[in-house]
Ligand binder design. Structure first.
Ligand SMILES: NC(=O)c1ccc[n+]([C@@H]2O[C@H](COP(=O)([O-])OP(=O)(O)OC[C@H]3O[C@@H](n4cnc5c(N)ncnc54)[C@H](O)[C@@H]3O)[C@@H](O)[C@H]2O)c1
Length: 347
């Protein structure tokens, strides 16, 4: 392959704008084609990135100038489009969630393996320097044994979100529908926190008990969640999530908390550590912010990590298996709430 990864964008809505910007900021990647079924969302991006546009997926998949596709459509289309891309020999950067059910996730992972294309998923933790530092603290044993985790997403989404996201770039109600979105705040937002928690701690969920409901929004998908997770090492965790929690998370330091016998981590926009025995002569038993010099995170690092991996023939930082692991906890929570009983993993 050449020294540049040429990416076709499939789905040019809200988040694709940010991803295009991140690709634009990546030295060894370019936007080779822009595709959306709605021509009106193609115009501004086509002008900014001087790339050809189309309303047909096949035009992207048949284009020899496209090495990889980035798929940012409603959730139910991820796997059907991804499988076609794999068959066309295109590497794939898939938006989260990888799928809305485990069978589909497996189908996509298998198709990518069969057609020898890379599959990466758009989570941030694996390419975030500060979170990787935190991960190394855990691996070095400095947190002791992990006994508990707390995942929170205290969202207060505006009413307009359900008809067009935060930006209103695309007028659409797919986020309200179970069959298109697969669910609400858990599959949309908490899934990021699950991926981060898995990546940093290595914990594996064994049992999930959850109650989910739609209490304050006129949508099909859940807006309120409480869950308890038991992990393979014995740790006990909780998820408290909502998209209609008025006032949001005021006063809370945002981020998943990880509690060990020798310290605690907060995995948020700020990554914080409280350790009995910090590395490099740090002050014991005080809160310290982890800031890796020059370390970048976010969408740019996520895109750069995928691009570098594909160009060097390595596995992308966020594998299909990692994305499936986060999805499985989400789906176990949904099933648990439906059945009114704990669900054992693997499902
Ligand atoms: N990683 C993140 O932090 C993050 C943030 C926001 C959204 N997302 C994910 O990105 C994806 C898209 O979300 P969004 O907020 O941009 O939604 P959006 O509704 O703004 O954009 C989706 C776009 O897909 C297009 N589309 C629909 N059917 C299509 C098809 N068959 N072929 C091509 N395009 C089609 C729509 O016209 C629309 O422009 C979702 O998976 C969402 O969960 C990820």
């Amino acid at each position: 392959m050449s020294s540049e990864l040429r990416i076709g964008i499939i789905g040019c809505g809200e988040v694709a704008v940010d991803t295009c910007m991140a690709i634009g900021a990546t030295d060894n990647a370019s936007i080779a084609m822009l595709m959306d079924t709605r021509p009106e969302v193609l115009r501004d991006l086509a002008e900014m990135y001087s790339a050809p546009t189309t309303t047909e997926v096949d035009d992207v998949l048949n284009n020899p100038d496209v090495d990889a596709v980035y798929v940012a459509t409603p959730h139910d289309l991820h796997v059907p489009i991804g499988v076609r891309a794999a068959r066309a020999g295109k590497h794939i950067l898939m938006e989260k969630p990888i799928a809305t059910n485990l069978g589909d996730a497996d189908t996509l992972i298998a198709a990518c393996r069969e057609h020898d294309v890379a599959l990466g998923v758009a989570f941030y933790a694996q390419t975030d320097a500060n979170l990787n530092y935190a991960r190394n603290l855990v691996r070095a044993g400095l947190l002791g044994d992990i006994v508990s985790v707390r995942l929170t997403y205290l969202g207060d989404k505006p009413a307009a979100y359900w008809q067009g996201g935060y930006s209103q770039r695309v007028h659409t109600d797919w986020r309200t529908k179970k069959d298109q979105a697969g669910g609400g705040v858990l599959i949309m937002n908490t899934i990021h926190d699950l991926n981060t928690m898995h990546w940093v701690t290595g914990l594996q969920a064994k049992t999930v008990y959850a109650q989910v409901d739609t209490l304050a929004t006129q949508v099909e998908v859940e807006d309120t969640v409480g869950a308890v997770i038991r992990f393979a090492n014995g740790a006990i965790g909780s998820i408290h999530a909502g998209s209609a929690l008025r006032g949001g998370g005021h006063g809370d330091i945002r981020g998943t908390r990880v509690f060990g016998t020798r310290g605690q981590l907060i995995l948020g926009g700020q990554v914080m550590a409280y350790l009995a025995e910090p590395p490099e002569g740090g002050e014991p038993n005080t809160w310290q912010q982890i800031q890796v010099p020059g370390g970048r995170g976010g969408r740019e690092a996520m895109v750069a990590g995928f691009v570098d991996a594909v160009l060097s023939g390595k596995e992308p930082p966020v594998t299909g298996a990692a994305a499936r692991q986060a999805l499985e906890v989400v789906l176990a929570a949904y099933r648990s709430s439906q059945e009114g009983q704990p669900i054992a993993l693997p499902m």
